[in-house]
Design a protein around this ligand. Structure first.
Ligand code: PLP
Length: 405
């Protein structure tokens, strides 16, 4: 008797077929070499083609920096692959402490703690720090890990009040804060959480006004600055530095090591010692899951060291961003204005965004198109991401290819 398809297999096959039919099936490119301004893309027929990469978060060009690579190799030799344990049992290596001290120093806060990803770090925050009578107020465009962390807090800590405000709508935030404060009482904890840089718009949170409101309502400001760290501000400290705000003006940071800071993987929480310590004591991702590999901790530590020692790298990124935005606009495209390294080119229809990104790849330019349901219907875009590693001819080649669309 032949085995019939299980209900799960049947359902999965059906879903994939429907995605294929709607042309929404993602195809994953394979890169055959290190990340950099030029990448080697393996083709379905096995051959390899070079393309200019404008879709990585390798903002500072550190993903394949020789010192970042060497630091990882050295840690692998010194510590082996890992501890085969979670951190509170026997899973903390010296490079974890070194990295965490450097991250805290970079942000100008008391303490930091690393995780295998920012997703994990964020998931550690609300289910751990929120109590059933607290309120969490979130921007509608916040990253999926923030949304899921809040949802999980709602499940684990039944009774947590959740509020959402329109993207960067300060009046809306003020109204939610007033509601939340009335609901939780004078001593209840209120969290206001935002991305520092919104990844689809390339826009930034209005942190000074948010800080002022949080102070007025005695709320705690939590910022996930994954796209801001290493990018925003004169020395790349993040979105708060862009506004000349000290690190301590943010009550708790989450961030990634998987973008500007080396690009391998890993994330962190950073802020007051007490909040970090409670997360170390209580957060389920730290109690039940292994540490960041020492190789990655050492590479990320080197990346942060380079960021702090070479402000010229951040300046080069800022110059590239300004040049790319100017040239894309001069070529007649509608590029959203902002100081971030994310330059979305609005092309409206999803099909057009997908067709353009396919055509650009044929021309040797690797840019991803985002459409519905990732962004609202009619707002499809190509998301161009700029790096300090790009040189002017790379940007000119991007614009040259865009002109042929
Ligand atoms: C990219 C990103 C993440 C995910 O980071 P990982 O370390 O890859 O889990 C989390 N939050 C924000 C805002 C991001 O942009």
């Amino acid at each position: 008797m032949s085995r019939s398809m299980s209900p799960l297999d049947a359902r999965n096959e059906k879903l994939l077929a429907s995605l294929r039919e709607k042309r929404e099936l993602k195809s994953l490119q394979t890169i055959d070499g290190p990340m950099g301004p030029v990448v080697r893309l393996r083709q379905p027929d096995g051959t390899v083609r070079e393309a200019l990469c404008f879709c990585s978060n390798n903002y500072l060009g550190l993903a394949n920096h020789p010192e970042v690579v060497e630091a990882g190799l050295k840690a692998l030799r010194d510590y082996g692959a890992g501890t085969a344990s979670v951190r509170f049992i026997c899973g903390t290596f010296t490079p974890h402490h070194t990295l965490e001290e450097r991250l805290a120093q970079m942000l100008g806060v008391e303490a930091a703690y690393s995780f295998v990803s920012c997703w994990n770090a964020t998931e550690a925050v609300f289910p751990t720090l929120a109590e059933p009578t607290d309120a969490i107020i979130s921007d509608e465009l916040n990253h999926a890990c923030i949304i899921d962390s809040i949802r999980l807090a709602g499940v684990i800590r039944k009774g947590v009040h959740k509020f959402i405000y329109r993207n960067n709508d300060i009046a809306g935030l003020e109204a939610r804060l007033a509601e939340a404060r009335a609901g939780v009482g004078p001593d209840g904890v209120i969290f206001v959480v935002t991305d520092g840089v919104f990844s689809m718009e390339g826009s930034i949170a209005r942190l000074p006004e948010m800080r002022a409101l949080c102070t007025r309502f005695n709320a705690s400001l939590v910022v996930d600055d994954s796209h801001g760290t290493g990018v925003m501000g004169r020395t790349g400290r993040g979105t708060h530095e862009h506004y000349d705000m000290p690190g301590r003006s943010v009550d708790l940071f989450t961030g990634t090591l998987g973008k500007a800071l080396g690009g391998a993987a890993g994330g962190f929480v950073a802020g007051p010692r007490s909040a970090v310590d409670v997360i170390v004591q209580r957060a389920r991702p730290t109690l039940f899951s292994n540490a960041l590999p020492a190789t990655v901790a050492a590479s990320a530590d080197k990346a942060v060291e380079i960021l702090m020692n070479e402000p010229g790298r951040v300046a080069r990124l800022h110059a590239n961003v300004a040049s790319a935005r100017k040239k894309i606009r001069e070529a007649g495209f509608d590029v959203l204005e902002s100081p971030t390294a994310i330059c979305p080119i609005i092309v409206h229809e999803t099909a057009r965004a997908i067709a353009m990104s396919r055509r650009l790849l044929e021309l040797g330019v690797y840019v991803i198109g985002f459409g519905y349901p990732v962004v609202p219907e009619g707002h499809a875009r190509l998301r161009v991401q700029i790096s300090a590693a790009h040189e002017e001819p790379h940007i000119d080649a991007l614009v040259g290819a865009l002109k042929r669309m």
